[in-house]
Design a protein around this ligand. Structure first.
Ligand SMILES: [Zn+2]
Length: 423
């Protein structure tokens, strides 16, 4: 009997909030005051229905008055930056030099990597994040420790060895003939492990720190195994200038990734702030997705991503904390910062928009939209139970408190594929 099928069906009773089918361009949610979420023996959602006596004959765990909702999905986070959150040492390139690279060099020590990996997964679980898309360091041993910790924690995770073979400190620089075989080994060891909860992602840090041959080899590996690709693009003007210097053969920043074969229907482009109309059009043509990291963009002063540019072209948008430039593991901080980002641009997002982007929208963008992201029947039961103050009763109050007063909305439990992972 497989590890997936030893449990019997059970139900969870509580209030329930989930994204619902919406008219194009809109966001809709479904809210039930008293609901049963029925999970089958394989960890799939069998039903999410209004509570009625006798509606379910198996064991029921009563979580009222908590609100059951999809677990959060963090589409962009750096595991080796867990301990340097809040290092206000300048804009992107200075911050990398002063704060990030010295810390990431410590991950050559497997013991240190294992220690921080345990902290990393504990903080994700406590924040109600059930799926993460992660940059490791450039060290294969640390990446192995990260996967071990994700497996041990029961999290759903897509993670990759960060590729960098130029313009970085010696301690982090891994040449192509070492990095690609190491990535291939990690694919063999971890891709599809945890009965499919874990995936390996091709992860070039960003164009300035990667040679063209490294990126081309990485693109081939992605194609061979149909792997997700994640990288950064157009976060700051200084980084774009460094990209132009390193890769003068490309017509613009995005074109670097395009010409080496890294723009696919499974590519996540973090930040995407300083892009031309041509670049946006090309992202749409290739079917790639962008990851909005507003809290990080505020912290480093990188600029404001224009959500409208993505939405006008139906480019899928995920939300990412970008810890450690992002200041919290809690995706609700990212939702709140996305609201602020939009206000700065003269737009307004509703709490329902933000909730839907952070759940179903992010699931769609990372290619898991049919598996997770809502509490619909047939999906895998990745969900959390959140407790609100007693006076928070109506759907609008729940959404407002969830997004903007998250310190009053406590994550009490988290489940992945029906299995408890928190507390
Ligand atoms: Zn990042």
């Amino acid at each position: 009997m497989s590890a997936r099928s030893h449990r019997s069906p059970r139900a969870y009773r509580g209030r329930l909030l989930t994204p619902a089918a919406a008219p194009a361009g809109g966001s809709a949610v479904r809210f039930l005051d008293d609901a049963l979420l029925v999970v089958d023996e394989a960890g799939l959602i069998a039903q999410a229905l209004p509570f009625a006596p006798g509606a379910f004959r198996g064991p029921v765990l009563d979580l009222r008055p908590a609100v059951l909702m999809p677990g959060f999905i963090d589409a962009h986070i750096h595991f080796p930056q867990t301990r340097i959150i809040g290092s206000a040492s300048g804009a992107l390139l200075d911050w990398l030099e002063r704060s990030v690279f010295p810390e990431e060099a410590r991950f050559r020590d497997d013991g240190y990597a294992a220690l921080v990996a345990a902290e990393f997964t504990a903080r994700l679980r406590a924040s109600g994040t059930t799926t993460c898309v992660v940059f490791s360091s450039s060290c294969p041993g640390a990446t192995d420790q990260l996967f071990r910790a994700l497996l041990h924690a029961g999290l759903r995770g897509i993670a990759g060895l960060t590729l960098m073979d130029q313009n970085c400190p010696e301690a982090l620089c891994v040449p192509r003939d070492e990095a690609i075989p190491a990535a291939r080994d990690l694919v063999q060891r971890w891709h599809g492990e945890g009965h499919g909860l874990l995936e390996f992602a091709i992860t070039p840090r960003f164009a300035p720190s990667c040679s063209r041959p490294l990126m081309e080899a990485a693109a081939r590996l992605a194609q061979d195994h149909d792997l997700l690709v994640q990288t950064h693009v157009a976060e700051t003007p200084a980084e774009a200038e460094a990209t132009r210097r390193e890769h003068p053969w490309a017509r613009d920043y995005l074109d670097v990734y395009d010409r080496v074969g890294l723009l696919t229907g499974r590519t996540l482009l973090a930040h995407s702030i300083h892009l031309s109309s041509r670049e946006w059009d090309r992202i749409a043509e290739t079917g790639s997705s962008v990851v909005h990291c507003p809290d990080s963009n505020f912290f480093l002063g990188s600029g404001r991503m224009r959500l409208g540019d993505a939405r006008a072209r139906a480019v899928p948008v995920a939300l990412g904390s970008d810890v450690g430039a992002g200041r919290s593991f809690d995706m609700r901080r990212s939702m709140s910062s996305a609201f602020d980002n939009a206000v700065c641009l003269g737009d307004r997002l509703t709490p329902a928009d933000l909730f839907v982007v952070a759940t179903q929208g992010t699931a769609d963008a990372v290619g898991l939209g049919r598996v997770i992201g809502s509490l619909d029947a047939g999906k895998e039961a990745d969900f959390i139970a959140v407790r609100f103050p007693e006076h928070v009763l109506a759907e609008s109050e729940v959404l407002n408190h969830l997004v903007f007063a998250s310190e009053t909305a406590v994550v009490q439990r988290a489940f992945v594929r029906g299995k408890p992972i928190y507390p």
